[in-house]
Every structure is written in C-alpha cells, then in structure tokens.
Design a protein around this ligand. Structure first.
Ligand SMILES: [Zn+2]
Length: 396
C-alpha cells in the first residue's frame, strides 16, 4: 500500500472515531451538531454517518425539534449493533453473559460446576450459547468476540500457564472451545486484570487513574492499572501480590512458597480457618453470611483473622504501588459489612465492588467494545474470524 493511501485511511479512521466518540456519549445528535463539535466539514460528516448507518452502528431517528429554520435529523448510537459474549470461569461456577456495546447484559446465566475438565465445560458453554442465540433471536455473526476470564496466569498470547484453583496447566482455550462458538474469536483474560479494567470503567477520570484491583475469591489475584492502562509486565504475568509472603515459613501454597497472602486472606483461607475452629461448612457465601448474622463465635473469629491478614496484604499493595484506589472484588466483597478493612492506607482509598455488579465481565466487554469501535472495527473482526492478527491478545 502506498503512503498516501495509508495516510488517507488513518485520517478517515481518526475522523470516524471522533464522530463515534460523540455519538456514544450523547443521547442523540444532528449531523450539523456533529460537524460543529468535531470541527469537520458537513460533507465529511455526512459521508461518515452514512457509512455508520450502513454498518447499523447508528440509527436515524428522523426529524427532531427545530430551533428556527429547517428541522434537523437526529442520529443515535445503536448499542445493539453488535454483542460480546463474556464468560467468567471460577472454581465452582461459570457466568455466561451476552452484552451489547454499552456493556448492558442481554443474557446472563450462572452454571454450577463440579468438574473442570475442559471438554465438560465446553459442553456446558455450548448449551448456554445455543440458548442465548435462541432467546435473543440472533445469529452468531453479530457477536464480535468471546472473552473468557480465568483465575490464572495468562501469557500475552492468551495461553493459560496455570490456573491452580481450576486445575488447568498449559491450556489454550481458543483451541479447547473452538468448536463451541461457530468460529467467533476467543480471547482469554486473567480474571484480576479483567476486574481491574471493569473497575476502571466506573471511575470518572480513567486516564489519570492508578488502581490495584484485588480479586479475593478462592485465591487472591491482583490487576494493576497505571495511568488508565493495564500493566501486565514483560510476559503478561505481573500483579501476583497474592503470592507475596506475609508469614515467614507459613502455610504451604500451591505456587511453591510458604506463607503467601492468599493462604491467609482469601475465601479458601476463611473456610480453612473455620475448619480449624471446628466449624466445617460448604463453600457458600450465603451460608457464611447466615453464620455471621447468627453471631457464631467461630465464624466471627475467622472473620477477624481474615480482616487482619487482608489489611497486611493491602498495606503491602499500598506501600508498593501507592495507587489512587485499591478495589476489592470477587467473592469477599460479599463480606464487606463484616470485614474490618482500613478505608484509607497511606492516601490510597480502599473500596469494595458492589455486590451485584459483574466487574470482570464488564472489563472484558469494555476493552473489546472500545477496540471494535475505534480500531478498524477491531482489525476487521480479527481478520474475518479468524485468520488471526492481534497477537498482543486482548488488552487496550
Ligand atoms: Zn503462593
């Protein structure tokens, strides 16, 4: 391709992005307002909006109110032009969601699992996927990408190195699930990184924000955002605060070390502690909350221990990173009222994710929707599904 064609294309992409940014941040807008606010001439705006109408990314609402003179025709962004499938795989359950470009869930299902064999999970996902297509009355063409979050070390190429709480090692989910999703590209995310991106999506000034997301479930994973960008480290494996040693020669961890933070301040650590106190119970947040409400002394005691170990690890995070926010998500967020966690550590605000939000899935949707809208329709939908490309796998 010669240089002037490349330049023309990038100028066009730049102008289209400007228009799309305005359209996605306003309820409705006329072509004249688009021209005024972007500084582009009316002919360019007309050409670009015609193309966006053809792509179904915007809708023509017809004539709006006039403020004198000709009535303007109003345009509106169409969040349902495309969908994204978001999947969160945990040790005991899977969330399967289909969301639109505004990250609104249009289909959600929670599936309990007691077997993490990839073939078994592929079958369960196939069932949910077919159900979603049927209920939404859509074909798989409308789904841009399938994003899967796993509590695992994930390389920049999207390979799972180790998911200790699921029992996976060296797995490529785009291979394992390739027959499930009719050729839709599959993208694997580290669960804490996805959660960090989801948390960032709720912050008003994301570009200037530093945050650490602490995913406290069966283990502890952390995702690091620096100035609005995910920090992944050299091989994509950064953010393993869960394996900082907080007790010398302490409890054995699956990572090979002893005394890791996640062995003391995770959901699993809580159940272990309860068992030691003679209270053996199912791994169920609802049951734990019941025991806490009944003022069960063993449960209250275990919760106090959890709080103090959680505070030690949070202080390590705050001292190492000094972020604007440390945000606690995943299963332990349900214990917010019962945990005694410092809300400010050396100037870093400590917050909990809301009980009902699906931050991890939102984080993946946020990245994919943004890339689809602003980066050559996400590299022409991963080279027309999927002659590959985009090897830095998923993020921003
Ligand atoms: Zn460890």
């Amino acid at each position: 391709m010669n240089k002037s064609i490349v330049n023309q294309q990038s100028i066009k992409q730049f102008n289209t992005n400007k228009i799309l940014k305005l359209l996605t941040s306003t309820e409705m807008i006329s072509r004249a307002q688009l021209a005024k606010q972007t500084g582009l001439n009316k002919a360019t705006v007309s050409k670009i909006t015609d193309e966006l109408l053809n792509e179904n990314l915007i809708i023509d609402l017809g004539y709006g109110m006039s403020s004198g003179g000709r009535k303007p025709k109003l345009l509106k962004f169409n969040p349902d032009a495309k969908y994204i499938a978001g999947i969160k795989i945990g040790g005991s359950d899977i969330y399967f969601t289909v969301m639109n470009l505004h990250l609104e869930a249009v289909f959600t299902e929670r599936i309990e699992i007691d077997n993490s064999d990839t073939a078994v999970i592929a079958k369960l996902l196939q069932k949910s996927f077919n159900q979603a297509l049927k209920e939404l009355n859509i074909s798989s063409d409308i789904i841009i990408e399938v994003a899967v979050a796993v509590p695992a070390t994930v390389t920049l190429e999207g390979m799972i190195i180790h998911a200790p709480n699921i029992g996976w090692k060296n797995i490529d989910l785009s291979e394992e699930f390739k027959d499930v999703f009719n050729g839709i590209p599959i993208n694997t995310f580290n669960e804490a990184n996805a959660g960090a991106l989801g948390a960032l999506h709720h912050i008003s000034d994301p570009e200037n924000t530093n945050l650490v997301y602490v995913s406290a479930g069966i283990g502890i994973g952390t995702g690091i955002i620096i100035s609005g960008n995910l920090y992944r480290g050299k091989m994509g494996l950064a953010g393993e605060f869960g394996h900082n040693v907080i007790v010398e020669n302490g409890r054995q961890c699956h990572c090979g070390r002893k005394g890791c933070w996640e062995r003391y301040a995770s959901e699993q650590a809580f159940y272990d502690s309860l068992e030691k106190k003679g209270l053996k119970m199912d791994k169920s947040i609802t049951k734990v909350l019941e025991e806490l409400d009944n003022r069960n002394p063993a449960a209250l005691d275990a919760m106090n221990e959890l709080s103090s170990y959680m505070n030690i690890g949070l202080e390590n995070v705050a001292r190492a990173m000094s972020p604007d926010y440390i945000i606690i998500g995943n299963k332990l967020r349900h214990f917010k009222e019962h945990l005694d966690i410092h809300d400010d550590i050396q100037g870093s605000k400590v917050l909990f994710i809301d009980k009902d939000s699906h931050t991890t899935i939102e984080g993946m949707g946020f990245v994919i929707a943004r890339k689809y809208l602003y980066r050559d329709r996400y590299e022409n939908n991963r080279l027309k599904r999927t002659g590959q490309k985009s090897s830095e796998n998923n993020l921003i």
